[in-house]
Design a protein around this ligand. Structure first.
Ligand SMILES: NC(=O)c1ccc[n+]([C@@H]2O[C@H](COP(=O)([O-])OP(=O)(O)OC[C@H]3O[C@@H](n4cnc5c(N)ncnc54)[C@H](OP(=O)(O)O)[C@@H]3O)[C@@H](O)[C@H]2O)c1
Length: 341
Protein backbone atom coordinates (compact mmCIF):
# COMPACT_ATOMS: atom_id res chain seq x y z
CA UNK A 1 0.00 0.00 0.00
CA UNK A 2 1.02 3.64 -0.48
CA UNK A 3 1.74 5.85 2.53
CA UNK A 4 3.01 9.43 2.90
CA UNK A 5 6.05 9.00 5.16
CA UNK A 6 8.93 11.13 6.42
CA UNK A 7 12.32 9.91 7.68
CA UNK A 8 13.40 13.26 9.15
CA UNK A 9 11.93 16.51 10.42
CA UNK A 10 11.82 19.44 8.02
CA UNK A 11 9.94 21.25 5.25
CA UNK A 12 7.14 19.73 3.16
CA UNK A 13 9.73 18.05 0.89
CA UNK A 14 10.71 15.57 3.64
CA UNK A 15 7.47 13.72 2.90
CA UNK A 16 7.43 11.12 0.15
CA UNK A 17 5.08 8.43 -1.06
CA UNK A 18 6.48 4.99 -0.27
CA UNK A 19 5.24 1.39 -0.41
CA UNK A 20 4.61 -0.42 2.89
CA UNK A 21 3.07 -3.77 3.73
CA UNK A 22 -0.68 -3.59 4.25
CA UNK A 23 -1.27 -3.92 8.02
CA UNK A 24 -3.25 -6.83 9.46
CA UNK A 25 -5.84 -6.00 12.13
CA UNK A 26 -5.11 -7.57 15.51
CA UNK A 27 -7.65 -8.45 18.21
CA UNK A 28 -10.02 -5.53 18.75
CA UNK A 29 -8.80 -3.64 15.67
CA UNK A 30 -10.38 -2.69 12.37
CA UNK A 31 -8.52 -2.23 9.10
CA UNK A 32 -9.83 0.89 7.38
CA UNK A 33 -9.36 1.50 3.66
CA UNK A 34 -8.79 5.24 3.94
CA UNK A 35 -10.61 7.34 1.35
CA UNK A 36 -9.73 10.76 2.75
CA UNK A 37 -7.61 12.38 5.43
CA UNK A 38 -6.54 15.95 6.08
CA UNK A 39 -3.47 18.17 6.45
CA UNK A 40 -3.64 20.75 9.23
CA UNK A 41 -1.27 23.20 10.90
CA UNK A 42 -0.89 20.59 13.64
CA UNK A 43 0.41 18.11 11.01
CA UNK A 44 2.85 20.77 9.78
CA UNK A 45 4.07 21.25 13.38
CA UNK A 46 4.67 17.48 13.71
CA UNK A 47 6.36 17.34 10.30
CA UNK A 48 8.94 19.98 11.18
CA UNK A 49 9.07 19.43 14.99
CA UNK A 50 8.25 23.08 15.58
CA UNK A 51 7.55 23.80 18.41
CA UNK A 52 10.30 21.64 19.92
CA UNK A 53 7.87 20.04 22.42
CA UNK A 54 6.46 18.01 19.49
CA UNK A 55 9.61 15.84 19.69
CA UNK A 56 8.51 14.49 23.09
CA UNK A 57 5.46 12.99 21.36
CA UNK A 58 6.80 12.33 17.86
CA UNK A 59 10.41 11.23 18.49
CA UNK A 60 13.38 13.18 19.92
CA UNK A 61 15.85 12.95 17.00
CA UNK A 62 13.82 11.41 14.16
CA UNK A 63 10.09 11.09 13.61
CA UNK A 64 8.89 7.83 15.17
CA UNK A 65 5.39 8.70 14.01
CA UNK A 66 6.59 8.81 10.42
CA UNK A 67 3.14 8.61 8.83
CA UNK A 68 0.99 11.55 9.90
CA UNK A 69 -2.80 11.75 9.70
CA UNK A 70 -5.07 11.54 12.74
CA UNK A 71 -8.34 12.15 10.91
CA UNK A 72 -9.81 9.73 8.41
CA UNK A 73 -12.91 8.85 6.47
CA UNK A 74 -13.00 5.44 4.81
CA UNK A 75 -14.50 1.99 4.59
CA UNK A 76 -13.83 -0.92 6.94
CA UNK A 77 -11.91 -3.49 4.86
CA UNK A 78 -11.43 -6.15 7.54
CA UNK A 79 -12.09 -6.62 11.25
CA UNK A 80 -9.81 -8.36 13.75
CA UNK A 81 -10.92 -11.01 16.27
CA UNK A 82 -13.46 -9.81 18.84
CA UNK A 83 -14.66 -6.74 16.96
CA UNK A 84 -18.41 -6.23 17.34
CA UNK A 85 -18.98 -2.52 16.66
CA UNK A 86 -17.97 -2.61 12.98
CA UNK A 87 -18.16 -4.96 10.00
CA UNK A 88 -16.41 -5.03 6.61
CA UNK A 89 -18.04 -2.53 4.27
CA UNK A 90 -19.04 -0.01 6.98
CA UNK A 91 -18.37 3.58 6.01
CA UNK A 92 -16.56 5.20 8.98
CA UNK A 93 -15.00 8.51 10.03
CA UNK A 94 -13.05 9.76 13.01
CA UNK A 95 -9.55 9.58 14.46
CA UNK A 96 -6.81 6.99 14.25
CA UNK A 97 -5.53 7.81 17.77
CA UNK A 98 -2.08 8.62 19.15
CA UNK A 99 -0.22 6.45 16.63
CA UNK A 100 -1.56 8.58 13.73
CA UNK A 101 -0.88 6.78 10.39
CA UNK A 102 -3.99 7.95 8.54
CA UNK A 103 -2.14 9.37 5.52
CA UNK A 104 -2.08 5.92 3.99
CA UNK A 105 -4.21 3.63 1.88
CA UNK A 106 -4.91 1.46 4.92
CA UNK A 107 -4.65 1.96 8.66
CA UNK A 108 -5.49 -0.23 11.65
CA UNK A 109 -7.60 1.50 14.28
CA UNK A 110 -8.69 0.19 17.68
CA UNK A 111 -12.39 -0.58 17.80
CA UNK A 112 -12.54 1.54 20.96
CA UNK A 113 -11.05 4.58 19.18
CA UNK A 114 -12.99 7.74 18.28
CA UNK A 115 -14.38 6.15 15.12
CA UNK A 116 -18.06 6.04 14.10
CA UNK A 117 -20.14 4.91 11.16
CA UNK A 118 -21.04 7.58 8.62
CA UNK A 119 -24.78 8.38 8.58
CA UNK A 120 -26.77 7.31 5.50
CA UNK A 121 -26.71 9.86 2.72
CA UNK A 122 -23.66 11.77 4.03
CA UNK A 123 -20.72 12.07 1.60
CA UNK A 124 -17.57 10.36 2.81
CA UNK A 125 -14.78 12.47 1.31
CA UNK A 126 -15.50 15.86 3.01
CA UNK A 127 -15.56 14.04 6.36
CA UNK A 128 -11.82 13.43 5.97
CA UNK A 129 -11.20 16.86 7.48
CA UNK A 130 -14.28 17.33 9.60
CA UNK A 131 -13.47 15.42 12.78
CA UNK A 132 -10.39 17.63 13.34
CA UNK A 133 -12.38 20.84 12.97
CA UNK A 134 -15.34 19.60 14.99
CA UNK A 135 -13.43 17.89 17.80
CA UNK A 136 -11.45 21.10 18.29
CA UNK A 137 -14.29 23.63 18.02
CA UNK A 138 -16.95 21.72 20.00
CA UNK A 139 -15.13 21.58 23.37
CA UNK A 140 -14.26 25.28 23.10
CA UNK A 141 -17.79 26.42 22.23
CA UNK A 142 -19.82 24.02 24.40
CA UNK A 143 -17.54 23.19 27.36
CA UNK A 144 -15.23 26.18 27.78
CA UNK A 145 -17.42 29.06 26.56
CA UNK A 146 -20.70 27.34 27.55
CA UNK A 147 -22.40 29.26 24.75
CA UNK A 148 -26.14 29.74 25.29
CA UNK A 149 -28.95 31.44 23.38
CA UNK A 150 -28.47 35.19 23.08
CA UNK A 151 -24.72 35.19 23.86
CA UNK A 152 -22.65 37.52 21.73
CA UNK A 153 -19.72 35.50 20.40
CA UNK A 154 -16.82 36.86 18.35
CA UNK A 155 -14.76 34.34 16.39
CA UNK A 156 -11.35 35.44 15.14
CA UNK A 157 -10.12 33.38 12.19
CA UNK A 158 -13.74 32.50 11.40
CA UNK A 159 -12.87 30.96 8.01
CA UNK A 160 -10.20 28.61 9.38
CA UNK A 161 -11.05 24.91 9.81
CA UNK A 162 -11.71 25.38 13.52
CA UNK A 163 -13.28 28.83 13.06
CA UNK A 164 -15.73 27.76 10.33
CA UNK A 165 -16.92 24.93 12.59
CA UNK A 166 -17.08 27.25 15.62
CA UNK A 167 -19.31 29.69 13.69
CA UNK A 168 -21.74 26.86 12.92
CA UNK A 169 -21.71 25.46 16.47
CA UNK A 170 -22.12 28.86 18.15
CA UNK A 171 -25.13 29.55 15.91
CA UNK A 172 -26.46 26.07 16.68
CA UNK A 173 -26.33 26.90 20.41
CA UNK A 174 -28.28 30.11 19.74
CA UNK A 175 -25.55 32.75 19.86
CA UNK A 176 -25.31 35.95 17.84
CA UNK A 177 -22.03 35.51 16.01
CA UNK A 178 -19.52 38.08 14.78
CA UNK A 179 -17.02 36.58 12.36
CA UNK A 180 -13.56 38.11 11.89
CA UNK A 181 -11.83 37.08 8.65
CA UNK A 182 -10.44 38.51 5.41
CA UNK A 183 -12.96 40.07 3.04
CA UNK A 184 -12.60 37.20 0.54
CA UNK A 185 -14.10 34.86 3.14
CA UNK A 186 -17.10 37.05 4.02
CA UNK A 187 -19.64 35.20 1.85
CA UNK A 188 -18.53 31.84 3.25
CA UNK A 189 -18.83 32.75 6.93
CA UNK A 190 -22.17 34.44 6.32
CA UNK A 191 -23.42 31.27 4.60
CA UNK A 192 -22.31 29.35 7.69
CA UNK A 193 -24.54 31.58 9.79
CA UNK A 194 -22.45 34.55 11.00
CA UNK A 195 -24.72 37.51 11.86
CA UNK A 196 -22.00 40.18 11.64
CA UNK A 197 -18.69 40.42 9.81
CA UNK A 198 -15.44 42.28 10.53
CA UNK A 199 -12.83 42.44 7.77
CA UNK A 200 -9.63 41.91 9.75
CA UNK A 201 -7.58 43.75 7.15
CA UNK A 202 -9.51 47.02 7.51
CA UNK A 203 -10.63 46.94 11.16
CA UNK A 204 -9.13 45.77 14.44
CA UNK A 205 -11.69 43.91 16.55
CA UNK A 206 -9.68 44.54 19.73
CA UNK A 207 -10.71 48.22 19.51
CA UNK A 208 -14.37 47.31 20.14
CA UNK A 209 -15.30 47.91 23.75
CA UNK A 210 -17.32 45.62 26.07
CA UNK A 211 -19.47 43.94 23.40
CA UNK A 212 -18.94 40.17 23.67
CA UNK A 213 -19.63 37.38 26.14
CA UNK A 214 -17.09 35.20 24.35
CA UNK A 215 -14.07 35.95 22.16
CA UNK A 216 -12.85 32.71 20.59
CA UNK A 217 -9.56 33.15 18.76
CA UNK A 218 -9.71 30.03 16.60
CA UNK A 219 -6.30 30.81 15.05
CA UNK A 220 -4.57 32.13 18.18
CA UNK A 221 -3.40 35.37 16.58
CA UNK A 222 -4.58 37.78 19.30
CA UNK A 223 -3.79 37.88 23.01
CA UNK A 224 -5.86 38.10 26.18
CA UNK A 225 -4.50 41.56 27.03
CA UNK A 226 -5.79 43.15 23.81
CA UNK A 227 -8.94 41.06 23.43
CA UNK A 228 -10.14 41.55 27.02
CA UNK A 229 -11.30 45.07 26.13
CA UNK A 230 -13.95 43.58 23.79
CA UNK A 231 -15.39 41.40 26.53
CA UNK A 232 -18.41 42.27 28.63
CA UNK A 233 -17.85 41.95 32.40
CA UNK A 234 -17.79 38.20 33.16
CA UNK A 235 -16.81 37.41 29.56
CA UNK A 236 -14.28 34.79 28.48
CA UNK A 237 -11.41 34.84 25.95
CA UNK A 238 -10.42 31.47 24.49
CA UNK A 239 -7.49 30.60 22.29
CA UNK A 240 -6.33 27.48 20.48
CA UNK A 241 -2.65 28.42 20.49
CA UNK A 242 -0.25 28.33 23.47
CA UNK A 243 1.65 31.51 24.34
CA UNK A 244 3.58 32.73 27.39
CA UNK A 245 0.81 35.31 27.91
CA UNK A 246 -2.01 32.77 28.21
CA UNK A 247 0.14 30.38 30.31
CA UNK A 248 0.91 33.21 32.73
CA UNK A 249 -2.75 34.22 32.91
CA UNK A 250 -3.80 30.62 33.64
CA UNK A 251 -1.02 30.17 36.20
CA UNK A 252 -2.16 33.29 38.01
CA UNK A 253 -5.82 32.39 38.37
CA UNK A 254 -7.07 32.68 34.78
CA UNK A 255 -8.78 36.05 35.21
CA UNK A 256 -8.20 39.78 35.33
CA UNK A 257 -11.06 41.32 37.23
CA UNK A 258 -14.24 39.61 36.08
CA UNK A 259 -12.83 38.65 32.65
CA UNK A 260 -11.39 35.19 32.11
CA UNK A 261 -8.95 33.69 29.60
CA UNK A 262 -8.20 30.07 28.73
CA UNK A 263 -6.28 27.83 26.37
CA UNK A 264 -7.68 24.33 25.97
CA UNK A 265 -5.81 21.34 24.54
CA UNK A 266 -8.61 19.55 22.78
CA UNK A 267 -6.32 17.14 20.93
CA UNK A 268 -5.36 15.54 24.26
CA UNK A 269 -8.92 14.68 25.31
CA UNK A 270 -9.77 11.06 26.17
CA UNK A 271 -10.77 8.85 23.23
CA UNK A 272 -14.05 8.07 25.02
CA UNK A 273 -14.97 11.78 25.13
CA UNK A 274 -14.09 12.21 21.45
CA UNK A 275 -16.17 9.15 20.59
CA UNK A 276 -19.22 10.56 22.41
CA UNK A 277 -18.78 13.82 20.54
CA UNK A 278 -18.54 12.05 17.16
CA UNK A 279 -21.94 10.48 17.84
CA UNK A 280 -23.26 14.00 18.47
CA UNK A 281 -21.54 15.15 15.26
CA UNK A 282 -23.43 12.46 13.35
CA UNK A 283 -26.75 13.68 14.75
CA UNK A 284 -25.88 17.29 13.82
CA UNK A 285 -24.97 16.15 10.29
CA UNK A 286 -28.25 14.24 9.96
CA UNK A 287 -30.21 17.29 11.14
CA UNK A 288 -28.30 19.48 8.68
CA UNK A 289 -27.28 21.71 11.65
CA UNK A 290 -23.63 21.70 10.57
CA UNK A 291 -21.72 20.70 7.48
CA UNK A 292 -18.12 20.14 6.48
CA UNK A 293 -16.32 23.01 4.78
CA UNK A 294 -13.73 21.88 2.26
CA UNK A 295 -11.28 24.37 0.82
CA UNK A 296 -9.32 22.12 -1.54
CA UNK A 297 -8.84 18.45 -2.21
CA UNK A 298 -5.40 17.06 -3.09
CA UNK A 299 -4.70 13.50 -4.24
CA UNK A 300 -2.21 11.61 -2.04
CA UNK A 301 0.62 12.02 -4.55
CA UNK A 302 0.33 15.81 -4.10
CA UNK A 303 0.83 15.61 -0.33
CA UNK A 304 3.85 17.94 -0.46
CA UNK A 305 1.77 20.62 -2.24
CA UNK A 306 -0.99 20.11 0.34
CA UNK A 307 1.47 20.83 3.19
CA UNK A 308 2.82 23.90 1.38
CA UNK A 309 -0.70 25.22 0.89
CA UNK A 310 -1.78 24.67 4.52
CA UNK A 311 1.35 26.40 5.78
CA UNK A 312 0.39 29.58 3.93
CA UNK A 313 -2.50 29.98 6.43
CA UNK A 314 -4.91 31.21 3.76
CA UNK A 315 -7.32 28.29 3.51
CA UNK A 316 -11.02 28.46 4.32
CA UNK A 317 -12.15 25.27 6.02
CA UNK A 318 -10.39 21.97 5.51
CA UNK A 319 -7.78 20.64 3.12
CA UNK A 320 -8.74 17.09 2.26
CA UNK A 321 -6.30 14.51 0.87
CA UNK A 322 -7.86 11.66 -1.10
CA UNK A 323 -6.39 8.18 -1.44
CA UNK A 324 -6.29 6.29 -4.75
CA UNK A 325 -9.21 4.05 -3.63
CA UNK A 326 -11.49 7.11 -3.57
CA UNK A 327 -11.06 7.28 -7.35
CA UNK A 328 -11.75 3.57 -7.97
CA UNK A 329 -14.31 0.98 -6.85
CA UNK A 330 -13.49 -0.87 -3.63
CA UNK A 331 -13.52 -4.66 -3.77
CA UNK A 332 -15.48 -6.01 -0.81
CA UNK A 333 -14.92 -9.43 0.75
CA UNK A 334 -17.03 -11.93 -1.23
CA UNK A 335 -16.40 -10.21 -4.55
CA UNK A 336 -18.91 -7.34 -4.28
CA UNK A 337 -17.96 -3.82 -5.28
CA UNK A 338 -18.59 -0.53 -3.57
CA UNK A 339 -18.55 2.61 -5.68
CA UNK A 340 -16.25 5.42 -4.57
CA UNK A 341 -18.00 7.52 -1.87
N1 LIG B 1 -5.59 23.83 21.28
C1 LIG B 1 -5.74 22.70 20.60
O1 LIG B 1 -5.89 21.61 21.16
C2 LIG B 1 -5.72 22.75 19.11
C3 LIG B 1 -6.30 21.70 18.35
C4 LIG B 1 -6.31 21.81 16.97
C5 LIG B 1 -5.76 22.94 16.36
N2 LIG B 1 -5.17 23.90 17.12
C6 LIG B 1 -4.60 25.11 16.51
O2 LIG B 1 -5.70 25.88 16.04
C7 LIG B 1 -5.20 26.79 15.07
C8 LIG B 1 -6.22 26.91 13.96
O3 LIG B 1 -6.17 25.74 13.19
P1 LIG B 1 -6.95 25.67 11.81
O4 LIG B 1 -6.60 24.35 11.22
O5 LIG B 1 -8.36 26.01 12.00
O6 LIG B 1 -6.24 26.84 10.99
P2 LIG B 1 -6.27 27.10 9.42
O7 LIG B 1 -7.55 26.60 8.84
O8 LIG B 1 -5.01 26.60 8.83
O9 LIG B 1 -6.24 28.69 9.40
C9 LIG B 1 -6.27 29.37 8.19
C10 LIG B 1 -6.96 30.70 8.44
O10 LIG B 1 -6.16 31.52 9.28
C11 LIG B 1 -6.59 32.85 9.10
N3 LIG B 1 -5.52 33.76 9.48
C12 LIG B 1 -4.24 33.74 9.05
N4 LIG B 1 -3.56 34.75 9.65
C13 LIG B 1 -4.44 35.38 10.47
C14 LIG B 1 -4.35 36.51 11.37
N5 LIG B 1 -3.18 37.17 11.55
N6 LIG B 1 -5.45 36.89 12.06
C15 LIG B 1 -6.62 36.21 11.89
N7 LIG B 1 -6.78 35.18 11.06
C16 LIG B 1 -5.70 34.76 10.37
C17 LIG B 1 -6.93 32.94 7.61
O11 LIG B 1 -8.13 33.68 7.58
P3 LIG B 1 -8.39 34.88 6.55
O12 LIG B 1 -7.69 34.50 5.27
O13 LIG B 1 -9.88 34.92 6.44
O14 LIG B 1 -7.81 36.08 7.21
C18 LIG B 1 -7.22 31.49 7.19
O15 LIG B 1 -8.59 31.31 6.88
C19 LIG B 1 -3.84 26.25 14.61
O16 LIG B 1 -2.80 27.06 15.14
C20 LIG B 1 -3.79 24.86 15.24
O17 LIG B 1 -2.48 24.44 15.54
C21 LIG B 1 -5.16 23.84 18.47
Amino acid sequence: MKVAAQDRYGGPEVISIVERAKPVPGAGEVLVAVHASTVTLADCAFRKADPFIVRFFGGLFRPKLDVLGDDIAGVVAEVGPGVTRFAAGDRVHGCTGASLGGMAEYVCVKESAALVKVPEGVDLIPLGGMSYAYLTAMPFIRDEAKVKPGDHVLINGAASSVGAMAVQLARHFGAEVTAVASARHRALVERLGANHFIDRQSADFTHISGAYDVVFDAVGKSGFKDSAACLKPGGIYLTTVPSWGIFWLMLTGGRRGSKRGRLATTGLRAETDKLKDLHILNRLLEQGAIRPVTDRTFPLDQIVEAHRYVEREVKAGDVVVTMPVAEAPLLLPGGGQQAPA
